[in-house]
Design a protein around this ligand. Structure first.
Ligand code: PGA
Length: 254
């Protein structure tokens, strides 16, 4: 399976002009790479500028609302539906990022509803799962998975992408610590075992599980080779075009 590298720009950059420059540079930098799938998730506002068919990467959003109302039924001020995102060319939507749990009080129930709306719109949800503190974490991972990954149609299970995102390793958190590839491996193996228990081994094997938390061009290959990750959800390293393009190239491990 090709590695999947997802750029999460979060609330960056500050201007349309800078967003256009970053987009063009990434577009050129990853243009000729064949053995890796790249997705860029900008803030909603910048999505229209991503409708350039010559780009070789796909586009995603960082969130969405859980309703997909028919025309005229959208009385949800300030929200964006999965169908709107699809119309703007998105193929992926990140749901349940830890920053949304922390600042917007998103619950597992809300994340579940968002994931189902994304699947219903035939987009791919990237579901973030991860513990708050470093240490024994398996119970926390399992609880999140069993509460978020419910009511999914059987045929949709293989379309899920999970991202193991230990909150203590996310670069913007004060006292962020580096995760080691073996931390990543043991959590990803555990998550795959929970998926197997929930949906059966054959379906669980098809779900891509990524790693996210302070990845960069230097450590990405270790998370893929030794850490068992099938790609990465990349925050701060996705805002520097040279660093991000090197990270994408180094994710291609043979
Ligand atoms: P980071 O962010 O790469 O800056 O640690 C990852 C994330 O929050 O998804």
């Amino acid at each position: 399976m090709k590695p999947l590298i997802i750029a999460n720009w979060k609330m960056n950059p500050e201007t349309l002009h800078e967003a256009q420059e970053l987009l063009d540079a990434i577009g050129k930098g990853v243009h000729d790479l064949r053995d890796v799938d790249v997705v860029v998730c900008p803030p909603f506002l910048y999505l229209p500028m991503f409708q350039v068919s010559s780009f070789k990467f796909q586009v995603g959003a960082q969130d969405c609302f859980w309703e997909n109302p028919p025309a005229g039924g959208g009385a949800f001020t300030g929200e964006i539906s999965s169908r709107m995102l699809k119309d703007l060319g998105c193929s992926y939507v990140i749901v349940g990022h830890s920053e949304r749990k922390k600042y917007m009080a998103e619950t597992y129930e809300m994340i579940n509803k968002k994931m189902l709306a994304v699947l219903q719109a035939r987009l791919t949800p990237i579901i973030c799962i991860g513990e708050k503190e470093r240490g024994e974490n398996k119970g926390e991972l399992e609880k999140q998975m069993r509460e978020i990954l419910v009511k999914i149609n059987d045929e949709d299970v293989a379309r899920l992408v999970l991202a193991y995102e230990p909150e203590w390793a996310i670069s913007s958190n004060t006292n962020a610590q580096s995760a080691r590839p073996d931390d990543c491996k043991s959590s990803i193996d555990f998550m795959r075992a929970v998926l197997s228990d929930m949906f059966g081994e054959a379906k669980a094997e098809k779900v891509r599980i990524l790693y996210g938390g302070s990845t960069n061009s230097k450590n990405i290959s270790e998370f893929i080779k030794q850490g068992g990750a099938q790609g990465a959800l990349v925050g701060s390293s996705s805002l520097d075009e040279k660093e991000f393009v090197s990270l994408v190239k180094n994710a291609i491990v043979r």
